[in-house]
Design a protein around this ligand. Structure first.
Ligand code: 5AD
Ligand code: SF4
Length: 451
C-alpha cells in the first residue's frame, strides 16, 4: 500500500464521472497520487442510486476493499454521491474503514475532509447537508495537468422535476444553477489547458437559470460557444418539456454545437408519460425532433427509455417502439423500471412481473442494436472531422491508428497518414473519410491536414 495514494470507483451517470474527475484533480493538488485498486490508502466510491440494487453494489465494493486490505485501519474509505446521501451515517456502523460520507453538495469539502481524516486517525466526518446555493468548488485545478481533449463542465446541480419514478430530486436535492461567470471561467480554464470539446453537464440543463432568475440556458450556450479555442460543444441532459424554440434555433446557428442530442423519451405512450409525470406527449416529443432535424439535418438522436413502468401494457410498449422508429434513434439507454423508495411511482400497485419487463427490454434492445448498425453503415463514404482522444486500443502493424469522436458522437478509429501536428495527435481535429462501420464504431482514413 502506498501512502498518500487514492483510488476512485465511479458508479452511474456523467455527473458522477465529472465529479470523479474533479475529485482526482483535487486530491492530486493535495499531494496524493492515483494508485490501482488494492494498492491505495484512500478509496473514494462515487455512488449512484438511480437504478437496480445500488446499495448492494456499494456494499460489495466496500467488502472487496476490506478483504484486499485485510481491514487495515489505516485504509480510509470515503463514500460519496447518491447512495451516501440516502444511507448516510449508517455506513459508519457497518464498515469500520468508512470514515467519510459525503453527498452531492458535500463533495466540495470532501478533499479537505480526507486530508484531516488521514491526519486524525479516529475521526469520522459526514457531509450530507444540502446547501442553499450551487456548491461552488475550488478550481479549476488544471495547473500542471493536461485535461482530456473533451472536458465536462457542470452548470447546475439537482432537479425540480420529480418525475414519478425518479430518486434524483431526493438524493441530489433541488435544482441549483451555477453562476454563469463561474461556468465561463471554468470553460476558459479547460480550453487553456488544451481541451477542444466541452460538454455542459446537469440533470436538466435546459432549465438552467429557472431557479436563480439569472441567465437562461440558450444564452449561456451562446456565451460558451463564443469562447476562443472551442471546437465542439455538447450538453447533457436536456428535458423535452423545457426545450425552447431559441435552443432549436441555436442548433442551426452555432456551428460548434455538435449535431447530436441525447433527449430522454422514457416512454412513447401518452398514458404512461402522464403517469411518469413527464409533462409532454409523444406528439410533442416527435415535433421537437422534427424541428431539430429541420434546423440541423445531419443530427443524430439518442434517448433513455424505461420499460415496464407500473401499468405498462403491451400496447403501451408498442407505442414506445413505434416512437423510437419514428424518432430514428441511433442509440438508447434502456432500463427496466425499478422501484425507488419514497418516489410517487413506488405507491402504484400494478407492477409488472420481472420476466415480462426483461422480455420487453430485450425486444427493444434487439431493434436498437440492428438499427444503430444500419445508421452507422449509412455513414460509409462520408468525410467527417474526428477529435482524437487516444491511441486505438486495437493497433495494427505498420499503421498509426488513433481513436476519437466525430461530431455526432460516434467513436472512430482513424488511420493517420499526415504529419503529426505541433500540439501532438491528442486533441487534434483530423478530417477523415469513413471507410467501414463496425458494431459500435467506425473506421476512417485521414484525408486532410490535422488542426
Ligand atoms: N427505474 C428505471 N430507470 C430509471 N431511470 C431513472 N429512474 C429510474 C427507475 N426508477 C432512468 C431514466 C433516466 C436515466 C438516467 O435512468 O431513463 O433518464
Ligand atoms: Fe429524474 Fe426526471 Fe429530474 Fe431526470 S428530469 S433527474 S428523470 S426527476
Amino acid at each position: 500500500m502506498r501512502d498518500m495514494s487514492f483510488h476512485i470507483t465511479t458508479f452511474g451517470c456523467q455527473m458522477n464521472a465529472g465529479d470523479s474527475e474533479w475529485l482526482a484533480r483535487a486530491m492530486q493538488a493535495r499531494g496524493f497520487s492515483e494508485a490501482p485498486f488494492g494498492q491505495a490508502s484512500v478509496y473514494i466510491l462515487n455512488t449512484c442510486s438511480v437504478r437496480d440494487k445500488p446499495e448492494q453494489k456499494v456494499y460489495s465494493e466496500i467488502g472487496r476493499i476490506r478483504s484486499l486490505t485485510g481491514n487495515d485501519p489505516n485504509v480510509l474509505v470515503c463514500v460519496g454521491g447518491c447512495v451516501a446521501q440516502q444511507v448516510g451515517n449508517a455506513l459508519f456502523s457497518r464498515f469500520s474503514q468508512v470514515r467519510l460520507v459525503f453527498g452531492a453538495d458535500g463533495i466540495a469539502q470532501a478533499p479537505d475532509a480526507i486530508v484531516r481524516l488521514t491526519r486524525e486517525r479516529f475521526r469520522r466526518l459526514s457531509l450530507v447537508d444540502f446547501s442553499a446555493e450551487y456548491p461552488e468548488r475550488e478550481g479549476p485545478l488544471y495547473a500542471g495537468t493536461r485535461v482530456p481533449a473533451s472536458a465536462f463542465v457542470a452548470i447546475m446541480q439537482g432537479c425540480d422535476n420529480f418525475c414519478s419514478y425518479c430518486i434524483v430530486p431526493y438524493v441530489r436535492g433541488r435544482q441549483k444553477s451555477r453562476r454563469a461567470e463561474a461556468v465561463l471561467e471554468e470553460c476558459r480554464a479547460v480550453l487553456d489547458a488544451g481541451a477542444r470539446e466541452i460538454t455542459l453537464l446537469g440533470q436538466n440543463v435546459n432549465s438552467y437559470g429557472h431557479d436563480s432568475g439569472g441567465m437562461g440556458f440558450t444564452d449561456l450556450l451562446y456565451k460558451v460557444a463564443a469562447l476562443p479555442g472551442l471546437a465542439r460543444l455538447r450538453f447533457i441532459t436536456p428535458h423535452p418539456k423545457d426545450l425552447a424554440p431559441e435552443l432549436i434555433r441555436a442548433f442551426g446557428e452555432l456551428s460548434v454545437l455538435a449535431p447530436r442530442l441525447h433527449l430522454p423519451l422514457q416512454s412513447g405512450s401518452d398514458r404512461i408519460l402522464e403517469r411518469m409525470g413527464r409533462r409532454y406527449t409523444r406528439a410533442q416529443y416527435l415535433d421537437l425532433v422534427a424541428k431539430l432535424r429541420a434546423a440541423r439535418p445531419e443530427m443524430h438522436f439518442s434517448t433513455d427509455i424505461i420499460v415496464g413502468f407500473p401499468g405498462e401494457t403491451e400496447e403501451d410498449f408498442q407505442e414506445t417502439m413505434e416512437t423510437m422508429r419514428q424518432a430514428n434513434f441511433v442509440g438508447s439507454f434502456s432500463f427496466v423500471y425499478s422501484q425507488r423508495p419514497g418516489t410517487r411511482a413506488a405507491l402504484l400497485q400494478d407492477e409488472l412481473p420481472r420476466k415480462e419487463k426483461l422480455e420487453r427490454l430485450s425486444r427493444l434492445q434487439e431493434w436498437q442494436y440492428a438499427h444503430a448498425g444500419e445508421m452507422l453503415r449509412a455513414l460509409e463514404g462520408e468525410t467527417v472531422e474526428v477529435l482524437l482522444e487516444e491511441l486505438s486500443p486495437k493497433p495494427e502493424a505498420g499503421l498509426v491508428i488513433w481513436q476519437g469522436k466525430e461530431p455526432r458522437g460516434h467513436t472512430v478509429n482513424v488511420t493517420l497518414t499526415g504529419p503529426e501536428p505541433a500540439r501532438g495527435w491528442k486533441g487534434s481535429l483530423v478530417p477523415a473519410q469513413i471507410t467501414a462501420a463496425a458494431m459500435h464504431s467506425l473506421r476512417a482514413e485521414q484525408v486532410g491536414e490535422a488542426r
